[in-house]
Ligand binder design. Structure first.
Ligand code: ARG
Ligand code: ZN
Ligand code: CA
Length: 237
């Protein structure tokens, strides 16, 4: 049992206009959401239906802002091919979560690298208008949950539907099988693959206001990477 795991965070703000040069307050608002969601301190935890509330986990992972780097760059869109990481490399990714706040384009909210990938591209990219809860934010993704979702990937979580049909696993036993993402704000119950979907899970594709939990199984999967021999064990040693 590793107890509460704290992850130090570097934020790289890459902007082509002043709006994208988000404020320290906006960054702080995102840090608060990450800490609330990963410790089940989110005020909307009570929205989780009773069928799933007993499996909603305090992941015992916290995040501390260790530094912010700001870079002006004329490039308006960075895509999803790690170009922004090549322009501004991660700082000590062995021990720090690196986050790039940069316009991705194409309606993409964010993307992440799973554990075990190249250090030079390790971390999470998020578009500024989907980062945090105050400042330059855009509904319905103004609840900071894009980062909760992306950090879930960074900590080895798959999408709740396993990116495939009913039999495709997300490698987590206590998340019900589903065959596709849910969008918007689905009513409960939403039935797929003969069971109720966990549409309020952070690893679905629902609106920020309609997500409220990680499961105990997801917690176990995330924390496994910090154990001896795990892909992110170096972060806590
Ligand atoms: N589409 C992105 C991904 O698959 C993020 C989705 C985030 N959803 C949200 N409600 N903020 O990584
Ligand atoms: Zn995703
Ligand atoms: Ca599952």
């Amino acid at each position: 049992n590793l107890g509460v795991i704290n992850i130090p965070v570097y934020v790289h703000v890459v902007y082509s206009n002043s709006q994208q040069n988000i404020s320290d307050a906006q960054i702080a608002s995102q840090m608060k959401v990450l800490n609330d969601d990963f410790r089940k301190q989110n005020s909307d935890a009570s929205n989780t239906p009773s069928e799933f509330a007993g499996r909603a986990a305090d992941s015992e992972i916290t995040f501390t802002l260790a530094g912010t780097f700001r870079h002006s760059n004329s490039r308006a869109e960075w895509g999803t091919n790690n170009a922004v990481k090549q322009a501004y490399p991660p700082v000590t990714p062995q021990t720090h979560l690196n986050i790039w706040v940069a316009n991705i384009g194409g309606g993409i909210l964010g993307y992440a690298q799973f554990p075990g990938g190249a250090l030079s591209t390790d971390g999470v990219v998020c578009a500024p208008q989907y980062f945090g809860t105050t400042g330059y934010v855009e509904a319905p993704f103004n609840g900071g949950r894009t980062m909760t979702h992306e950090v879930g990937h960074y900590l080895n979580l798959r999408h709740i539907w396993g990116d495939g049909r009913c039999r495709q696993d997300d490698f987590v036993a206590d998340t019900p099988s589903s065959d596709a993402p849910n969008y918007g704000c689905p009513s409960y119950p939403t039935v797929n693959c003969r069971s109720n979907d966990m549409t309020m899970n952070y690893m679905d594709y629902t609106n920020d206001a309609c997500m409220s939990m990680f499961s105990e199984g997801q917690k176990t999967r995330m924390r496994a990477i910090f154990q001896t021999g795990g892909a992110r064990a170096s972060m806590i040693n």
